[in-house]
Structures are given as C-alpha cells and as structure tokens.
Design a protein around this ligand. Structure first.
Ligand code: PLP
Length: 388
C-alpha cells in the first residue's frame, strides 16, 4: 500500500490554492488580449487589474506600482540594473551591494557586471550586519553613481526576518536605493512597502499558493524606474513588454487575495505547528541545532542540523518515509550544494541542514508523522563525526 505523502516544503513552492486554480481556469477560457479595446480585450484587462489590486494590497502598495513579470528571478534581473530612468533621462547606478544570504536570483547581481557587485556580511545570528553595511556604504565612490542595495526580508532557508527598516535608514543616509526580496515574506507577515522603507519589492506567486512562473516588481513610486529588461510592446506601462500571462496573473491575484485574509491568525496557527515540530525534534535529539531559533522568524520555517546526519541523506530518508522536505534551498539541478546561508553565518556547512517549511494545509497529524520519521532517522544515524 502506498504511504500517504506529507508535503513540508512550502518554501520551495506552495501548493496551488483552490481560489487560484479557479481564477486561472476562468482566465484560460477568456478569448481576449488585454491590450485590445473590444469587449473581450477589456474583460481580460479587468482580470489583470483586479489581480494587480490584490497583489498591491498584500504589500501595502499602490496598484499602479505593480509590474507583473514571469518570476521573481525576472523581477530581480529587471530591478538590479545599472541604468535607471527618471522621466526621459537616464541615471547610472554605480555599484550593487547584496547581502551574503540572498537567494541566487538576487545574488547573481542582475545586470551588474561582477566587478561592480559587493557582498554584505551577515552576523553569526544570520542577520545583516548593520555596522558593516554602514561602513561599506561610507566607502562608496559616489562618482561611480548611486549605490543600489539588495537585502531580503525573510531568508528562504532560515526563515529569519531581516531588520529592513534599519537597513533602509542606513541606505537612505547614503543616498542609495533599496531593493527588498519579499518572496518568502508575502502572505506570511504583514507587509507595507512604505513602512519597510523599500524602494522596490520582489514577489513570486508560487510561494504563496499562486502558480509557478509569475512574479512582480513593486515600486514605491514611479519617478525612478529601472531600464526595462524585456523590451517590445508597451505592456505593463512599458516596464515589461509581451502579452501578459493572463491565467497566471489571475492565479497570482487570487492567491494574494486569499493570503491577505486572516493573515495574522492563520500564521499564528502555522507557527504553533512549527513550534510543535521543533519541540519534538529537541526532545528526541537534544543535540540538534536549530538555526535562528532565538531570532525573529516567520512561523512556517525550521532549519535544523542533526549531528551525524548529512542533509542529503536525511532528505532521502524522509522522502522514503513519505515526507517531502528540503536540504537547504531547492536548486534548479535538484543537487544539494553547501548552503551559502550557513557559510555566511560562519557555520560549518559541509553536512548541511534540513528545512521543514509548512503552510495553511499542514495539520497536527502531519507534524506527528514527521516526528515519528525524525525519531526513526535519528536513531539510524552514524555516531557523530561519521556523517552518513
Ligand atoms: N527569492 C527567494 C527568497 C526565493 O525563495 C525564491 C524562490 O526560490 C526566489 C527569489 C525566486 O523566485 P522565482 O521562482 O519566482 O524566480
């Protein structure tokens, strides 16, 4: 008999919400091009504008400031541009500063050449080092152009929430622009682009129950915008050409609307389940290291290292027990590499860590099944120092 699967990998991608699926199916049945002026076109346009309002509401932004893209990665490549536009004039940005724990979508540096990208240190606790940020920006050569800084709000591996308000104060002091990857934060914590002090937010639909392959770049204003990445027609007010992916955008909007509702209470319930998992882990194997446990984290994520168990081996063992979780971040090749996040925190990343990430569908019995498997796997591991 096949064992029932339990999905505990919501940070890799979240299951599609029913409301998103319904909205997508409705949109797929619509014949019009959103740029057409006839009734069919206007109906398609209305779907996009409704989704735009829902995404804007999720992050406390204005609908007019949401640009849909094909992924958060595309939004990152758009916004991490050495050339910006202010009305008709072009403005050069001198250097990109990215935190050492950014997702590869941001860490790759977008359209900046490698020699114009500087990495920002994090503390052993996994938080951006604010003193190092201030001293790095103090050394910025203004003759190169303005500094562009990218710091994520919630780390995808540890779930740690970064002090973006403080980051923004420092970045503004040095006249820089701040890009915040809010992919793992949206739908998990209340968000307001203005309160964060961010100039831009990057979002992805599939982390909050929308479809894969659609994201957004959200700006706080419109005076200063990055040079478009995808050029062509005038869609998305010229910021992103190409006929819009109507169904995907509709699904994104529906998921955003769903996730905006009951955000605080829903996430309190999710955090209680995550805490139950961590209490069980520590009681079964007190030597387990849980990263960021004493920091402010989102409630759905637990990133832990069980001495004597290589993360890759652990991931396979859980999979065989019917449980999907990750060894660090899921990368495109499916290979498990050393975690750059742990390395940046000064941890020994060689054996890696396992990430459990849950969501609104996770139940107490899922967590208990996970803990039963954890106890079995912990008992089977090799003595410390001989990681299997
Ligand atoms: N940023 C973070 C923090 C992520 O976790 C991810 C997805 O793994 C991305 C960016 C990239 O998102 P997308 O898959 O939409 O390109």
């Amino acid at each position: 008999m096949a064992i029932e699967r339990i999905y505990l990998d919501w940070n890799a991608t979240a299951p599609l919400r029913a409301a998103a699926r319904d909205a997508m199916l409705d949109a797929l049945a619509m014949p019009g091009n959103p740029s057409s002026v006839h009734a069919e076109g206007r109906a398609a346009r209305a779907v996009i504008e409704k989704a735009r309002r829902a995404v804007a509401t999720l992050v406390g932004a204005e609908a007019a400031h949401v640009t849909f893209t094909a992924s958060a990665t595309e939004a990152a490549n758009q916004v991490l541009s050495p050339v910006y536009r202010m009305g008709k004039s072009r403005v050069g940005l001198g250097r990109l500063y990215v935190s050492a724990i950014e997702h590869p979508a941001v860490r790759a540096g977008g359209r900046f050449p490698k020699e114009r990208v500087t990495e920002l240190a994090v503390t052993p606790a996994g938080l951006i080092d604010l003193d190092a940020l201030a001293s790095t920006l103090a050394g910025h050569d203004a003759s190169e152009g303005l500094p562009l800084v990218a710091v994520m709000l919630v780390n995808n591996e540890t779930g740690i929430i970064q002090p973006i308000r403080e980051v923004s104060t420092i970045v503004k002091k040095f006249g820089g622009l701040l890009v915040v990857d809010a992919v793992q934060a949206a739908g998990r914590i209340p968000l307001s682009i203005a309160d964060l002090g961010a100039d831009f937010l990057i979002l992805s639909a599939h982390k909050l129950g929308g479809p894969k392959g659609v994201g957004a770049l959200v700006s706080q204003g419109e005076t200063f915008m990055p040079e478009p990445l995808v050029r062509g027609g005038g869609q998305e007010k010229g910021h992103r050409a190409g006929t819009e992916n109507l169904a995907a955008i509709a699904g994104f909007g529906a998921a955003a609307e769903r996730m905006s509702a009951d955000l605080v209470s829903r996430n309190a319930g999710i955090a209680a389940l995550r805490d139950r998992a961590e209490a069980g882990i520590v009681s079964a194997a007190p030597e387990t290291v849980i990263y960021g446990r004493s920091e402010t984290r989102v409630g759905n994520t637990s990133f832990f290292h069980l001495p004597g168990l290589k993360a890759e081996t652990g991931q396979i063992a859980f999979d065989l027990e019917g449980i999907a979780l990750s060894a660090g971040a899921a990368c495109s090749s499916g290979k498990v590499g050393a975690s750059h996040v742990l390395t940046a925190m000064g941890e020994d990343a060689a054996t890696g860590a396992l990430r459990l990430s849950i969501g609104p569908d996770t139940t107490e019995s899922d967590i208990d099944r996970f803990l039963d498997a954890f106890v079995k796997i912990a008992a089977r591991r090799k003595p410390a120092g001989q990681a299997a």
